[in-house]
Ligand binder design. Structure first.
Ligand code: 4NP
Length: 155
């Protein structure tokens, strides 16, 4: 079993989308029993909430169901998960600050799995228009595909 955690700030836009997209790819490959998937946020401000309705709508239109409830990332997530994907550098710093360095190698920027956008950040769509949510899905589809290949190769 490999465990993959997607992390953004509020856990209502970017990381729920990453979770939903990755889950669909994993299901399509028949790997749901072998890969555990979850998402979390670093600020906990939206604890217990569904994904943002704008993110849900954009995702549904592309064939992805977002079912996550927002939760704050905890120190024990660093122990439990094998892959921890941060949507931006600030998320990454906040994740790393939870630990004492022991688990730093598990934490990566999501777009390091994108060929075209390597090293870039998934922009926060919260304060923008519909186009921002679609752009997030474009970036995540590309990187989720490559991430899944890497996870498969690790079995
Ligand atoms: P997310 O977007 O990090 O992609 O879930 C945000 C959602 C809410 C807030 C910030 C970012 N907020 O501060 O309320």
């Amino acid at each position: 079993m490999k465990k993959v955690l997607f992390v953004c700030l509020g856990n209502i836009c970017r990381s729920p989308a990453a979770e939903g997209i990755f889950r669909k790819f994993v299901e399509e490959e028949g790997l749901s029993d072998k890969i555990k998937i979850d998402s979390a946020g670093t600020n906990g401000l939206h604890d217990g909430e569904d994904a943002d309705p704008r993110m849900k709508k954009a995702a549904i239109e592309r064939g992805y169901q977002l079912t996550s409830k927002s939760r704050k990332i905890m120190k024990r997530d660093l122990v439990q998960f094998d892959y921890i994907l941060a949507m931006d550098s600030s998320n990454k710093e906040n994740i790393l600050s939870l630990g004492d360095g022991e688990f730093d190698d598990k934490v990566e920027l999501m777009l390091n799995y994108s060929k075209k956008h390597k090293g870039e950040e998934v922009p926060d769509p919260y304060y923008g228009g519909a186009q921002g949510f679609n752009h997030v899905i474009d970036l995540l589809e590309d990187s989720c595909k490559n991430l899944l290949n890497e996870v498969k190769a690790s079995f």
